[in-house]
Design a protein around this ligand. Sequence first.
Ligand SMILES: Cc1cc2nc3c(=O)[nH]c(=O)nc-3n(C[C@H](O)[C@H](O)[C@H](O)COP(=O)(O)OP(=O)(O)OC[C@H]3O[C@@H](n4cnc5c(N)ncnc54)[C@H](O)[C@@H]3O)c2cc1C
Length: 434
Amino acid sequence: MGMSVAIIGAGAGGFYTAAALIKELPDCRVDVLDKLPTPYGLIRGGIAPDHQSSKKIAKVFERTAMADNVRFLGNVEVGRDVTLEELRNTYDAVVLATGAPADRTLGIPGQDKQGVFGSAAFVGWYNCLPEERFLNPDLSTETAVVIGAGNVALDVARLLAKTGDEVRVTDMSHYAQDAIDDAPIKDVLIYARRGPLQAAFTHKEIKEFGELENAVTLVDPDVLPAEDEELVAKGRGSQQKNVDLMRGYSSNKGDEKPVRVHINFYAKPVEVLGDDAVTGLRMEKTVVEEDGSCVGTGEFFEVPCSLVVACIGTHGQPMEGVPYNESWQQFENEDGVIEPGLYAAGWAKRGASGTVATNHPDGVAVAGHIAELTPDAGKAGPDGLDAMVAERNLRPVSFEEWKKIDDAEVAAAEHGAPRRKFTTVEEMVAFLDA
Ligand SMILES: Cc1cc2nc3c(=O)[nH]c(=O)nc-3n(C[C@H](O)[C@H](O)[C@H](O)COP(=O)(O)OP(=O)(O)OC[C@H]3O[C@@H](n4cnc5c(N)ncnc54)[C@H](O)[C@@H]3O)c2cc1C
């Protein structure tokens, strides 16, 4: 009898593992469980709604999900509906591909004030993640601050700077489209702790800031390094290309369009100001030392604002019975092996870094480790899960049912958008049961 494997999480980490497993062990049976009725994790709920081409990889995962020996069981949450221990007693191997969904906090006084959001929550809100449906950030502000120096910070800043018409052609949630359309935002301020050469922005993302319909992008020319052959020689070609683009932005005046995006470097927030709600940020200027460390200069300034989105990374969440590394905030593992029979893939294995494709090798490695196990005839596998589902009256969503949700979302699209997403689990289940 073939190996039975449960993968917890139907994101890139989960699907790359499933694909590698059915290639490595053609007679295995793989169940991919997700707490949401929808597959694809951050491909649906993280990648920016105006970056549809980056979501096309889902088509490849669809082929895996439709393989004869793979099942998708959405709307089944491990920890709520079934326990990890039960899955381990049922399958030969269990793979944790649960991502890194928790926001890192700013770690400064006032960080919990109203109007301060982490990127996972804010991005989930505009991308229709059911958990964030009711986040309701107040966008009735003229100044929004985005903290961070990576592509997620750029996603958030770009979408806040877009017009209603620009976001209506995306699959952003309709409530976020309305909020952005109504928002009186005039200035979006991005703050990065380090300098332009340390920023993790990719060229494609930074280039989009020159193409916004209603917003002009500004960079202080004094913070940009000189055109430096030495930098190129050190292999920093891509950062140098970003600096070249930003040099172009640094000659903008700011009055060319109604909205301004300011990309600021060498400053970090040290306090969130205000009573219950944020009214501003106290910032400290920074320098990057020779050894690469970033330190405060003791020079402070204040930025009035009533919306702050901290795009400073996310981390995994512990799961009962799994060794967890508190400092790395991810499951303890060696090349994806937590212990024989229990594995981690994707962001649950490596932490929140890299692109969708970066998760591919994790899946291949985990499939290789699982191939070394001997199937246990005593494990019930998928039949065992079906028994638990029936006993507990669970309502799993199959892949065929997801395709019905998918079709309905596409059919409901307006204004040239690719889809209009369902916004809650209840809506999706009610639609399927109707
Ligand atoms: C805002 C943002 C934008 C990004 N943009 C891009 C981009 O443009 N291009 C690109 O290549 N990469 C992008 N990435 C990176 C990419 O999304 C990740 O590399 C990838 O999605 C990680 O996959 P994963 O499977 O590890 O995690 P996830 O995609 O988070 O999947 C984890 C899955 O596990 C499920 N789950 C969690 N806990 C449980 C549980 N207890 N029971 C059942 N299911 C559970 C979740 O519902 C989720 O579906 C972006 C990331 C973010 C955050």
